[in-house]
Design a protein around this ligand. Sequence first.
Ligand code: GDP
Length: 197
Amino acid sequence: MQIKSAEFVMSNSDVAKCPKNRLPEYAFIGRSNVGKSSLINMLTGRKSLAKTSGKPGKTQLINHFLINKNWFLVDLPGYGYAKVSKSAKKTFQKFITQYFSLREQLVSAFVLVDIRHDPQPIDLEFMQWLGENNIPFSIVFTKADKLKPKAIENHIEDYKTILLETWEDMPNYFITSSSKDIGKDAVLSYIDELNGN
Ligand code: GDP
């Protein structure tokens, strides 16, 4: 898929205020600093559509971007940032839960995890919650340029081992690097396919 246009539409913390039309949407979520903004910028070919920042935990809103005038890319807040207060965490959980539970036009989520780390409880718990709530998701491994192919393979195997303890299949997954422009076509083709093209 060629990205011909990518426009910021709105930011809010209330799912009821998200765009009312029924365009298919794809939500990107992961731990703060996982490389989500960089990935969104790589996918859309825009240098600063999503803000990349050295300050984890800053974007605490649901951000809608309209792509090619026919689908939404949704940038959700990063989770698991230690310095966010308890009440901020609760608010976050509430609106993220509402987003996933109520947003009928959500086709699939993309859960980003940093390929360098062993599977982390917070990511596994989130995937578990998505699975239990029948919310389709793929895993996007980020920062693949930081590891050698063998190490990448090993980390993916670790995920498989853990996830297959609970689920019959390993979710669809993508290996990406925003600095080396890896994985863009695979993710965009997948979205294109889900959009029925
Ligand atoms: P976000 O908080 O999840 O939106 O993460 P950002 O996109 O702001 O990236 C967090 C940090 O990781 C920044 O310092 C980025 O330069 C770095 N980063 C993001 N993607 C990559 C990648 O693919 N490779 C490498 N080496 N660094 C990356």
